[in-house]
Design a protein around this ligand. Structure first.
Ligand code: MSP
Length: 651
């Protein structure tokens, strides 16, 4: 099989930040995963170097756009290796091959009558580099850039996009996976329910020269989006390169929601007009904010990936970004959150597991993978093998479905089991009595083999850490050759393999080593508690029907649950209702995270978000509390029939 995965090509008007890093890490992780599944993979990223805003940014620096583009494009190329991002091709729109392809396609579409000359006036947002419709403006401003667009009135060339509207609607409807997650597919279909305007695809040279000249009218350059989107074809050798034939039919694009419309509407209609088959999939993710605030240069809260790598290393940064954002939804970066994940998930969970297991293998098995003793295999061992099999299936499905955070959650459930496995089997106790030698070898074999599988599945996300694990397990070559699902089958590690106990995977970080956490914001919950709605409550203590109607109770399914470091009573839950959200619930003493997955509960869905232990809780789970005769508290979660759809309103 083959995979072709792309990121947007980034504008060179500013240097890379964590938003760019996230998309590119996603594409890198996916390409590594598909390689692990045996695919031939082509992963492409690059820079978008033409257009008005590049000219403006260059002017500010007092240099020409070409020199400026050169400098910033290099900054992108230099950043990716720091994050272990390894694209197969880095495309630049200033490449002569690209310019030729754009002109060829323009000419083809023009010759067939799908490009015409006309006059136009509209609201042009330089930030978006496109005309915005009246409907898109909020208070007369672009909602993304919060600037008033320029009123532009001029003669230009137009692409007959409207001609392809019906085709596009049918294509999206017939192919449910064409645009995912579903909310973005719905957004596009809703936009397409109104008549589509034709697309202005030129700028007069009198206004802009930093672009690709139209082949049929040298007084105009092409519009930056028409230029940029074609990179996905140029990079694989359109029209007759071998890689074009090999990869175009499997093209998958990753973008954030900001450029949904160009990718979901302009691009498919352009491809259709060029007489090519449509791309396969568009994966759309949400936006990274910083401390719940939009990231922007003017606020001064832009997070640079290079700085983070310096502080935490590439694996922690990749892990954090993949784990913290549920693909499709927005997420918030904070120094506090990455620090917590580093110490809790990485240093404590996997780091400890790895170093304890290897230390014991060194001490009790002479730093070699022992031969296990079949007779001593217990029921608990079989449960562990079954759990690893289940994890591999979930992991594969989630990775293919771009649910990276869920793939990691399922791996972390196994890590939790393994840490408990060490405690319940206490190899240090077994080692005290020679009669237990067989069992000790079995326990140690189980640990070594589990670590092998963890290294395998974590490699797409954390290549450096996984390679360190493989080196310690004496499996560097095996891991390079490994192909899923075969390589994930239990029993792959060979007894006798020499182990190399080395450095810790994720040394615990001290608070002072991290940058100071963001100052505590006032706790919204405390405020919400005090605020009683006027006249909401009748004098007799009863509430009105209307008042109750304001409380939105919904059926939610718990899809992930985990302990929160330093909070004994709290669990962090990820629920679907039907959109995914995070809740913090005080139920840790009554439920283990594992038993919660898959349960359906009732939540208050419209509660104001509150931050608990640094985690924004978006709602509340309903549970019943009772006390027995000894004043022991019992807490039982609300429940509904298993077949009720998530998101159903409870009234
Ligand atoms: N040049 C166009 C894309 C042309 S693709 C044919 C462009 N460039 S951009 O530099 O503005 O990059 C936008 C992309 O950068 C987003 O779609 C996303 O991939 C990434 N991100 C930029 N800011 C982001 C966040 N704050 N959060 C998440 N991703 C973000 O648009």
């Amino acid at each position: 099989m083959t995979t072709y995965i792309t990121t947007p090509i980034y504008y060179v008007n500013s240097t890379p930040h964590i938003g760019h890093a996230y998309t590119t890490i996603i594409a890198d992780t996916y390409s590594r995963f598909r390689r692990l599944c045996g695919d031939e993979v082509r992963f492409q990223t690059g820079t978008d170097e033409h257009g008005e805003k590049i000219v403006q940014a260059a002017e500010k620096e007092g240099i020409g756009p070409r020199e400026y583009a050169e400098r910033i494009s290099a900054a992108f190329r230099d950043t990716w290796p720091l994050l272990d991002i390894a694209p197969d091709h880095f495309i630049r729109t200033t490449n002569p091959e690209h310019i030729k392809v754009v002109q060829d396609i323009l000419q083809k579409v023009y010759d067939q009558g799908d490009i015409y000359f006309s006059s136009y006036s509209g609201h042009y947002c330089k930030g978006c580099e496109r005309f915005l419709t009246e409907k898109e403006l909020v208070d007369g401003k672009c909602p993304d850039h919060l600037t008033v667009p320029d009123e532009v009135s001029e003669q230009n060339y137009f692409f007959r996009m409207s001609k392809y509207q019906d085709w596009l609607i049918n294509h999206i409807k017939d192919n449910p996976d064409y645009i995912t997650p579903e909310r973005y597919r719905n957004e596009v279909l809703s936009f397409l329910s109104e008549p589509l305007e034709d697309l202005c695809i030129s700028r007069p040279c009198s206004r802009l020269t930093w672009g690709i000249p139209l082949p049929f009218d040298k007084n105009f350059v092409t519009y930056v989006w028409f230029d940029a989107l074609i990179n996905y074809l140029t990079g694989i050798g359109y029209p007759d390169g071998a890689d074009f034939t090999k990869y175009w039919s499997v093209a998958e694009h990753v973008v954030a929601k900001d450029i949904l419309k160009p990718h979901a509407i302009y691009w498919p209609t352009m491809i259709q007009a060029a007489g090519l088959p449509p791309y396969q999939k568009l994966h759309v993710h949400g936006y990274w904010n910083v401390d719940e605030t939009k990231m922007s240069k003017s606020i001064g809260n832009v997070i640079r990936p290079g700085d983070l790598v310096e502080e935490y290393g590439s694996d922690t940064v990749r892990y954090f970004l993949l784990r913290e954002m549920s693909f499709g939804r927005d997420a918030s970066f904070s120094k506090e959150a990455i620090f917590e994940r580093r110490n809790a998930d990485l240093a404590n969970d996997i780091g400890n597991l790895f170093s304890r297991a290897l230390t014991m293998l060194a001490k009790y098995a002479d730093a070699k993978v022992p031969q296990l003793d079949e007779a001593s295999i217990t029921e608990e061992d079989r449960v562990l093998i079954a759990a690893i099999d289940k994890m591999l299936a979930e992991y594969t499905a989630c990775m293919n479905g771009f649910e990276f955070h869920r793939a990691l959650q399922s791996v972390w459930e196994v890590i939790g089991m393994l840490n408990r496995f060490i405690v319940t089997n206490a190899p240090w106790e077994l080692a005290k009595d020679a009669a237990n030698a067989g069992r000790l070898r079995t326990v140690l074999y189980f640990l070594a083999e589990s670590l092998r599988i963890l290294a395998l599945v974590l490699r797409p996300m954390m290549p450096t850490a996984a390679n360190k694990m493989a080196a310690a397990l004496g499996l560097t070559e095996e891991l390079d050759k490994a192909v899923l699902p075969e390589a994930g089958r239990w029993g792959g590690i060979q007894p006798g393999t020499a182990l190399h106990v080395g450095e810790a995977l994720f040394p615990r970080m001290e608070k002072k080593a991290a940058s100071p956490a963001a100052p505590e914001k006032p706790k919204p919950q405390a405020k919400a508690e005090k605020k009683v709605e006027p006249a909401a409550q009748e004098e007799d203590g009863l509430i009105s029907f209307d008042y109750f109607g304001k409380v939105e109770l919904r059926v939610a399914e718990i899809v992930a649950a985990e302990k929160i470091a330093k909070a004994e009573k709290l669990l962090k839950l990820t629920v679907r209702a039907p959109e995914e959200r995070t809740l913090v619930a005080g139920i840790a003493k009554h439920y283990s995270p594992e038993e919660l997955i898959g349960r359906k509960v009732i939540i208050v869905a419209n509660l104001k978000p509150a931050k608990l232990m640094g985690i924004a809780s978006q709602g509340m789970v309903l549970a019943a509390k009772e006390k027995d005769a000894d004043s022991n508290e019992r807490l039982v979660l609300s429940a509904v029939a298993a077949d009720i759809a998530v998101g159903s309103r409870v009234a």
